[in-house]
Design a protein around this ligand. Structure first.
Ligand code: ACO
Length: 430
């Protein structure tokens, strides 16, 4: 981050104050308002943070108008095509793509941590069988902090690294076990001879009673889905992780906070909501009626899987997801998937409708991901869980970056108070 030659001046009551303008490597410049309260006796008002950069980061860059997503400078389509999820994880955490040797070593280290403490099994029994797997994931990831007291010193880089490895390795096991628990199936232990994506599919679908072979095409698709969801700059859940982490909370607690934030339908819950929406629309003839409902502000209905806070042109992940969707359906021999036909028709109608065009609403990553996951046999309630498995890598990379920042302080937004002015309680009469 460097200070540009420009500055912004604010005039108030005849006095002019200058504020520096900062620039990063890419993206819009920002006005540095850190001294604003001291100099002007005012705060800025920006609910939902649409115009606020809350941190400096070297991890991910998004240009929403151009549909660009870069991780450590590399375009998402190149990563999805040429890298594995664990290579992307290494890149996000460390800043560079791993060499072949580093890749082997990193993968071996992650595999060393895939097992869970046996005591953790018992946590699942505390949940009702019909509990949402996100509830189980949120609880059990938070519970990991109770198992690694010896490695919770966040000021020690080695301990931070071990915690990051543990989270990346154990979250898929917790996720798969949350699913098994809802089904009443036995937990399947990880297999370290498999790749990260293969192992996740294995723990989800294998049964002790019969041989289970993971399809390489489905494993590749799963790997790609994980890559596409690995990180996305300062979104709601990542900002939650950073805010929780800014207090010095341990990384397991911070990631549990991120999982909670991801759960909502406006964020990670959207692909689950897309399938529900497609099911409700039912068939192509009902699309016009549904679109009219979406456009009616009083209906409270949104076109799920459309729109994004940052992407106002297209979501580059959506394009790769659409292509992956066709590949997966072909591999599975699904010639006619009514939900896909419906999604394609719905997308076409929306993209031609002035309501969506004027508001720059395009399909986001979740519009097609639900269809792929459903075709792969992943139950709807597991969609957001899978997102959390992938995003754990982004969350922990962003957490690590924040902790390593010199002069890092607790995050603490301010407010405009609009409640009652100071008043006195009525005097009690004896
Ligand atoms: N359907 C209908 N109208 C929409 C939609 C939508 N999906 N998204 C935005 N709009 C409308 C808004 O009502 C608003 O209209 P107005 O200007 O007439 O008031 C306008 O478009 C601008 O939208 P905002 O609300 O300002 O967009 P915001 O950045 O706050 O929200 C969000 C982004 C939450 C993603 C929103 O587009 C949405 O709810 N989409 C559906 C849920 C979804 O798919 N979420 C996944 C996001 S990707 C992810 O988390 C991985």
């Amino acid at each position: 981050m460097s200070e540009s030659a420009k500055s912004v001046s604010v005039s108030l009551d005849g006095k002019t104050t200058e504020f520096p303008v900062l620039t990063g490597t890419l993206g819009q410049p920002v006005i540095d308002i850190r001294k604003l309260p001291a100099q002007l006796g005012m705060f800025t008002y920006d609910p939902a943070y649409g115009g606020t950069a809350a941190c400096e980061s070297k991890i991910t860059f998004i240009d929403g108008d151009e549909g660009v997503l870069l991780h450590r400078g590399y375009p998402i389509d190149q990563l999805a095509e040429n890298a594995s999820f664990l290579e992307v994880a290494f890149l996000l955490l460390n800043g560079e793509m791993p060499t072949a040797e580093q890749n082997e070593q990193f993968s071996a280290q992650i595999k060393q941590h895939t097992m869970l403490h046996e005591q953790l099994r018992h946590f699942f029994n505390g949940y009702r069988r019909d509990a949402h797997p996100m509830a189980m994931l949120c609880g059990t990831v938070g519970a990991l902090s109770a198992f690694y007291h010896d490695h919770l010193d966040i000021t020690d880089p080695k301990q931070r690294e071990i915690s990051a490895m543990r989270l990346i390795a154990k979250v898929p096991t917790l996720a798969a076990w949350a699913y098994k628990y809802t089904q009443g199936f036995p937990f399947v232990y990880p297999r370290n001879d498999l790749s990260y994506a293969e192992n996740f599919l294995y723990m989800m679908f294998a049964m002790p009673s019969e041989e289970y072979t993971v399809s390489p095409v489905l494993a590749r698709a799963m790997d790609r889905i994980l890559i596409l969801h690995a990180d996305h700059e300062q979104n709601a859940s990542t900002s939650t992780v950073r805010l929780a982490g800014s207090t010095g909370a341990n990384p397991f607690a911070c990631i549990a906070a991120g999982i909670a934030a991801l759960w909502g339908p406006a964020h990670g819950g959207a692909n689950e909501a897309v399938l529900k929406m497609l099911g409700e629309i039912g068939s192509v003839e009902n699309i016009p009626g549904f679109i009219e409902k979406v456009k009616d502000k009083n209906s409270g209905v949104k076109l799920m899987g459309f729109g994004h806070r940052v992407y106002k042109n297209f979501d580059p992940r959506a394009k790769i997801m659409q292509q992956t969707c066709h590949e997966v359906l072909a591999e599975l021999g699904v010639k006619d998937e009514p939900l896909l036909d419906l999604a394609v028709a719905l997308e076409k109608v929306a993209l031609e409708d002035p309501y969506f065009v004027q508001r720059k609403l395009y399909p986001n990553v979740d519009f097609y991901s639900g269809i792929i996951l459903k075709a792969m046999g992943i139950p709807t309630s597991m969609f957001t869980v899978l997102f959390a498995v992938a995003r754990t890598v982004g969350w922990i990379s962003q957490w690590k970056e924040m902790i390593e920042e010199p002069g890092q302080r607790i995050g603490r937004p301010r407010q405009i108070y609009t409640g009652a002015p100071r008043r006195d309680l009525p005097q009690k009469t004896a």
